[in-house]
Design a protein around this ligand. Structure first.
Ligand SMILES: Cc1ncc(COP(=O)(O)O)c(C=O)c1O
Length: 400
């Protein structure tokens, strides 16, 4: 009943009402079970109602919910220490969302240049197909016309070039450039992996030109590609990185990570957030890391990813009229459809398996990282049934 709803009509919502979740499953009000290979768009990294996360949240809820950042918050120190020990970073700023983590990353880069006497350097080079969030700065960074239209002048200082085009990057650098911002694996853009060689070249370009390299690992971070962060596959490190989604396992939490040098301009009073780093989020974030950093967890992600990807490749061979390509890394996979992807996604939903639409006619498959090989096979079975139905419809239409 769209007209009767008090809500902004900004979402194209599927007519599904989930009441609860159990691991990789979501259960509707009517008791129907759906295999959740969307995971809140890579958010429910440990599935639904993971006992360790539920326990951590309950325990913290009994102590204190909110503390102002005017006081020390031990959970922030603990999570910050674990994140810096596990990454290139020396400093962390906690946020509540991905877009806020990006805002912090952009501000950190601009402020770095300012503090080195280069206030004129505020431009950030970004890439076509990017998605960095829905704030005024992050829609400018993402550069997608459909998200910018009607919201006034695009925030200045974002120069976009084609994804993977090194010459275009070099040509876009001016005396006003501060940084380069890229998702190592584009999510919304259609599960497009930036080749490791390309990212290494970006690192070199940044070093040669006094620019900072910013990675947006909001979607591809926290174990999604089989390493804690996707940059670990490349042999290089960024100066600044935005993280969110999986780090909170479903609790709103983001973080901006930076080296000591890159963060050097962010002095007292330059940035802040009322809720960023609140005790509830810190309790859950620490609990997520307990699991993701445990021995063998990322190996498990890589093992299941292999099973899933091989199975998807087999489905592509079985249904060449429906599936054009399988893309992605680890458990961040995409089916590029030959038919309109919405048709395949609907057929999948009819088989009670959830995926996520993306650009470039791709369906994203982002199961919780706790998915087992057996769950993956169940998912493959359902995607296969969906592809078969779409194929049959195609064959029937062709005969008519
Ligand atoms: C790569 C990337 N960056 C940033 C964001 C924005 O995150 P949020 O919606 O939490 O603001 C998203 C969300 O989909 C994302 O996928």
């Amino acid at each position: 009943m769209a007209e009767a709803s008090p809500l902004y009509q900004t979402y194209m919502r599927a007519p599904l009402r989930f009441e609860r979740g159990e691991g990789v499953w979501l259960i509707t009000e009517n008791g129907e079970r759906y295999l959740d290979f969307a995971a809140g768009v890579a958010v429910n990294s440990l599935g639904h109602a993971h006992p360790h996360l539920v326990g951590a949240l309950r325990e913290q809820a009994d102590k204190v919910w909110h503390l102002s950042n005017l006081y020390e918050i031990p959970g922030q120190e603990k999570l910050g220490k674990r994140l810096t020990e596990a990454t290139f970073a020396d400093r962390v700023f906690f946020t509540n969302s991905g877009a806020e983590a990006l805002e912090c990353a952009i501000k950190t880069a601009r402020r770095y240049q300012f503090s080195k006497g280069h206030g004129e350097r505020f431009h950030i080079i970004t890439f076509e197909g990017a998605f960095h969030g829905r704030t005024l700065a992050t829609i400018a960074a993402g550069g997608q016309a459909k998200y910018l239209e009607g919201f006034g002048p695009k925030a200045p200082g974002f120069d976009q070039v084609p994804f993977g085009d090194l010459e275009a990057v070099k040509a876009a650098i001016t005396d006003e450039t501060a940084a380069i911002l890229i998702e190592p694996v584009q999510g919304e853009g259609g599960i497009r992996t930036a080749p490791a060689g390309f990212l290494r070249e970006l690192r070199k370009i940044c070093d040669d030109n006094g620019l900072l390299l910013i990675f947006d690992e909001v979607q591809c971070g926290i174990g999604r590609t089989g390493k804690l962060f996707a940059y670990e596959w490349t042999g290089i490190t960024p100066d600044i990185m935005a993280v969110a989604k999986g780090i909170g396992g479903g609790f709103p939490l983001g973080a901006c990570l930076a080296t000591e040098d890159a963060a050097s301009g962010m002095k007292a009073g330059t940035h802040g957030s009322t809720y960023g780093g609140n005790p509830l989020a810190m309790a859950v974030g620490n609990a997520v890391l307990d699991v993701v950093l445990a021995d063998g967890f990322l190996e498990h992600v890589r093992d299941v990813a292999l099973v899933f990807r091989q199975g998807l490749a087999e489905l592509k061979d079985r249904f060449p009229g429906v599936i054009e390509e399988i893309r992605g890394e680890g458990l961040m996979l995409g089916i590029k459809a030959k038919v309109p992807s919405a048709e395949l996604l609907q057929a999948m939903r009819d088989e009670h398996i959830l995926g996520v639409p993306a650009g470039d006619n791709v369906i994203r498959l982002l199961p919780p990282l706790v998915v087992t090989a057996e769950d993956a096979r169940e998912g493959l079975n359902r995607i296969g049934l969906a592809a078969e139905k779409v194929q049959t419809t195609l064959d029937t239409t062709a005969r008519i």
